[in-house]
Structures are given as C-alpha cells and as structure tokens.
Design a protein around this ligand. Sequence first.
Ligand SMILES: Nc1ncnc2c1ncn2[C@@H]1O[C@H](COP(=O)(O)OP(=O)(O)O)[C@@H](O)[C@H]1O
Ligand SMILES: [Mg+2]
Length: 252
Amino acid sequence: MKKEPLKISFSSQKGGVGKSAITVLTAGMLHYKLGYQVVVFDCDYPQLSIAMQRERELKAVMEHDHFKRMAHTQFSQLNKKAYPVIKCNGNTALEEAEAFFKKSNITYDFAFFDLPGTVNSAGIFRTLLGMNAIFSPITADRVVMESTLSFLQIVKKVFKQKSNKNGLHLFWNMVDGREKSPLYKTYEKVLKELDFHLMQHYFSDSKRFRKEVPEISKGLVFRSTLFPPHHRMIQTSRLETFMNEFLHLLNL
Ligand SMILES: Nc1ncnc2c1ncn2[C@@H]1O[C@H](COP(=O)(O)OP(=O)(O)O)[C@@H](O)[C@H]1O
Ligand SMILES: [Mg+2]
C-alpha cells in the first residue's frame, strides 16, 4: 500500500495573515531543497492565489531568458518536476485529494491545502479537521487575535478529541522591527492561558514576501512556486529554523 502523505494547512480565520505566502515558502523548501515530494491543493476560490502565482511564474519562464535558464538548470539538476498545484473546492478537497493520490504514480510526503480566508461553511471546517496538522499564522492586532483565537479554540478541542498527534501550532507573522515589542508578551500570556502551542519561530515583516518571480528581475528568489528561496534569503528570513521546528513538530 502507498504511504499516506501528511495533510497540512496553514490556516486562520483571517485573510491577509500570510497563509498562502508561507504555504509557498514551506512547500518550496520541502520539494526543491529537502528532497520531499509535495503537492499543493489550492482551495481558496475565487482568489486561487497559489495557482495564479504558478501561472504567472510559468509565463515568466517562457518569456524571459533569465528565468528560462534558471528553470533549465534547476530542473535538470533536481531530476524531478515542479510540485503540482491543483485547484480544488474547499468543501470536497479531502475527496479530491484522495482521488488525485490514487491516480498518481508518485508517492507524496506532504499535501498542503490552502483554504479560504474565512472558514465559513461546514464543508470547509470538515476539510480543516481532516488535516494531520494545522499551522496558524497570527499577527499581533486585536481584531485578528479576537476573531482567530475563538475559532482556533474550537479546532484545538476537536483535534484533542481526535487525539491528533500532530496538532495545532500557532506562529507570529509580520512582526514589526528587529525585536518583538512588549505587546507580544501580553498576547503570549493569553495564548498560554488558553493552552495554545506557540512556535519559537516568528517571521518578521519584510518586503521580500511581496516580490514574485516576474518582478524580481535578476534579484534573489524568495517566494516562488518553481524555485526554492535563494540561500541568502533563507538566511535573512531564518527560514531554516522555521523548517527545523516545522519538521520536528511533525516528528520528522
Ligand atoms: N512576513 C511578512 N512580511 C511582509 N509581508 C508579508 C509577510 N507574510 C505575508 N506577507 C504579504 O502579505 C500579503 C498577504 O499574504 P497572503 O499569504 O496572501 O495572506 P493570506 O493567504 O493569509 O490571505 C501578501 O502580499 C504577502 O506577500
Ligand atoms: Mg491566501
């Protein structure tokens, strides 16, 4: 029997907190740098931001010699294709994924599900609860915290009942400045009281998240569905420590 991939979602009850961006970074690190087989299910209709990004990147590779050469070097060295980005419906994503795995002759290690910014239907909630692990980006503002935490408390409770080993993990995204301000300490106390697991790693607010392959011209790649982040970008964003913590939490 084929091994089951780990089903993972970067999820939150709030849009614009970095779910899609960090899905792409994590998927890229695992697939292009760490030797895993990855598939991404983009269920965030109608935005489909990861699927659209892939289309823009493929176009850039066709149209610009610089990216064409980069793609050629990368894929001949890597000896495998880019990870698939599959558009699907958030309500039926688990079944669509199952059908995809059955048909595929690749054994996937990770399946990422990019779900809609608000979990506003029973179907999407069911998909979310079908994950092996949920990683939830949070940002330190009151509105985000209030809408997110009450939602995540329900997810945490159901996960506990299912005794889901890989669980629910929160992490800060878009942290302003070089150090976390005292405000974070206050929020972290609340998270602890509510018995949430907060990851050590946090992502700082940085322009590099907003630049895609066609726009970077000859600059260094960071957020891409076709290429891994450039090693200097990995260093400055401390992406490696995030990946280590991520893999550790999944017992890998
Ligand atoms: N740490 C960060 N610093 C700066 N910009 C970020 C960061 N994380 C995400 N972004 C940017 O914020 C915007 C929203 O992120 P996105 O991943 O699309 O959010 P979501 O999928 O949760 O709606 C995007 O333009 C993204 O590039
Ligand atoms: Mg998104």
